[in-house]
Design a protein around this ligand. Structure first.
Ligand SMILES: [Zn+2]
Length: 292
């Protein structure tokens, strides 16, 4: 695929978040000649290890390295062009004592994190940036920290601040990843019809705090052509994602049926569409580099 001149940068907290929330979209970018960069903020070393062939005692000390390799494999499958590891320590789940560890991403100086992201934005020059909403999708402190830093960096990158971090660059659009309540309701209903337990074992969307209010979800990406690559990439994160993960256990035809990924358009320099089906809608490769 020839280079479209367009670029997308994703800011994620842990290895696997990129594949779970937007793996199909990343692969679609590769198919369209859109250059992609994934920033992974933490080392993910405190996560639960789900693969029974990876015993806790031997795996835990190497988990950060293992997850790096898993991420590289997954990104290779998805055709992502570049990965940057910021290398902050995993903070663990909300409220855990590990949130206060000196190397925890949650304890990092926000100004320092923003400065690093500004530098990456000014070098990579993305037209589109994707991160999480203000609750970090489900309240994980590393996701919330990634959200704060990415949002601030997108708006700082086109101004004179952080003057030693490169020339100003104006990101055209900022999105949050989203999983709409309406889409999950359908999945629960279909699971019941098929006599399968619904994903995450819930039969009421109110029990899933990470679902997005439908009215906030602006953008649906049809990932039917890439969902099987997304499944392969999910499997690459084997320390984190068990084979009974919802998208992995359903037959191929059902995976194709539920291949959509969703986003919330937050910042745009263009007229704001009510609904769209392309993160790059309205964007051309030649855009003003600074707000002026
Ligand atoms: Zn995560």
């Amino acid at each position: 695929m020839s280079d479209s001149g367009l670029r997308l940068m994703a800011v994620h907290a842990h290895a696997d978040d990129e594949t779970i929330t937007m793996g199909g979209t990343l692969a679609l970018c590769a198919d369209r000649g859109i250059t992609t960069l994934n920033v992974c903020c933490t080392d993910g070393k405190l996560a639960t290890i789900v693969d029974p062939s990876m015993p806790e005692a031997e795996t835990r000390p190497r988990l950060a390295e293992i997850r790096k390799e898993e991420l590289r494999t997954a990104l290779g499958i998805l055709g992502v062009n570049e990965v940057i590891f910021l290398g902050y320590g995993d903070s663990g789940m909300a409220g855990a004592e590990t949130n206060q560890l000196p190397d925890a991403f949650w304890m990092a100086n926000l100004d320092e994190v923003v400065g690093r992201l500004v530098e990456i934005i000014r070098r990579f020059k993305p037209h589109v940036v994707v991160t999480y909403d203000s609750n970090g999708a489900y309240g994980h402190p590393d996701h919330i920290q990634a959200h704060r830093a990415a949002l601030l960096a997108v708006e700082a990158a086109h101004t004179p601040v952080y003057g030693d971090r490169g020339e100003p660059w104006l990101v055209q659009k900022l999105y949050y990843t989203a999983f709409p309540r309406a889409a999950f309701k359908v999945i629960i209903e279909v699971s019941k019809e098929l006599g399968m337990e619904p994903p995450f074992g819930v039969d009421n969307v109110d029990d899933l705090p990470f679902l997005a209010a439908d009215e906030l979800v602006t953008t649906r990406i049809d990932c039917r052509t890439t969902v099987l690559r997304k499944r392969e990439a999910l499997r690459a994160h084997r320390s984190q994602i068990a084979p009974d993960w919802p998208l992995l256990r359903v037959p191929e035809d059902m995976a194709l049926k539920y291949a959509d990924e969703w986003f919330q358009l937050v910042i745009t320099r263009k007229p704001r569409p009510e609904r769209e089906t392309d993160l790059f809608e309205g964007i051309t490769a030649e855009e003003p580099v600074a707000a002026g």
